[in-house]
Design a binder for this molecule. Sequence first.
Ligand code: SAH
Length: 355
Amino acid sequence: MSLKDQLIARIQQDGPMSVSDYMTECLLHPTLGYYTTRDPLGAAGDFITAPEISQMFGELIGLCLAQSWMDQGKPVRFTLCELGPGRGTLMADILRATRGVAGFHDAAQIVLVEASPVLQLAQADTLKEYQPDWIDGVADLPDQPLLLVANEFFDALPIRQFLREGDGWCERLVGERDGSFLFGRGPTEPQVALTDRLSDASDDDLVELCAAAIPILTVIAGRIASHGGAALIVDYGDWRSLGDTLQALQNHESVDPLATPGQADLTAHVDFEPLAVATRACGCRHTRLTPQGVFLERLGITARAQALSKALSGSELDALVTAHRRLTHPDEMGNLFKVMGLFPAYATPPPGLEP
Ligand code: SAH
């Protein structure tokens, strides 16, 4: 039975489902989910990410993390963790760029959190010389300093959507009619988690909640607050998002999120404000939200591009120039993508970011 037929049967039996349940089934259904069944990345896939655009992204992230490690007195053992490592490209670039940082590799225990068996295989191949460990979730992170990166991970976590109605909220639900999915509204109820959004949302405004992100952030911030380290969270989104940001991508084209369950990548913009609140609640600090382009420029991406360009000509040189622009220009990924760093109260923020 196709995922679509399974979801229709479930709705017919149990009634409309939350956007969050719909996203979870579409992305992570054990045998028919989007991430469970394929490698979605790259030109031949559905979308492309910063580390797949250029090695410069991972190199600069690696040097940023290594500088945090040095600034915090080079702990002899730490976890180097990536959430949602895709093909392992970002981690491979981090490790290649930090090879010359004395003691860094010897101290690093590489740990990956990946839900997709297909992508785990790709990561194992890309990173075979480094012997990473996979854990089921951040709760299994070792009790030691933590350097962590998450690029386009939080946007893949399921969100719930709520429409304001007076002092209450009605949840946007996914229902079914004549074999197709459609959005509807649940009953109006108070939502404790959205109390502070009554101040900025008007009637009929849509607000999104990513409940799954908070326990993950809480563990990461807790480890950094108590053991030291740093985290870099890179994603598209903003501070206190308002409006419907659920989107589906298939073959690099935007498609209807309800049209092809399990066949398209479903994401939502990351609202960094609740992540920052959860970070502070753990006694951990966070940096200002910084546009990706600004962050990469501060870390020296232009100098790195110039160094790489010396060995290139023709189409390879053109590709490098295009990649630099894609990663940094405000009209491309430079402004849409943001970076937030986490760091302990006693330490300086990761390079390229401000407290
Ligand atoms: N960071 C990579 C890949 C981003 S795509 C890059 O920048 O190229 C999102 C990644 O998160 C994929 O590896 C996907 O399989 C993984 N992922 C999505 N939801 C997840 C979850 N709930 N738990 C663990 N990994 C997840």
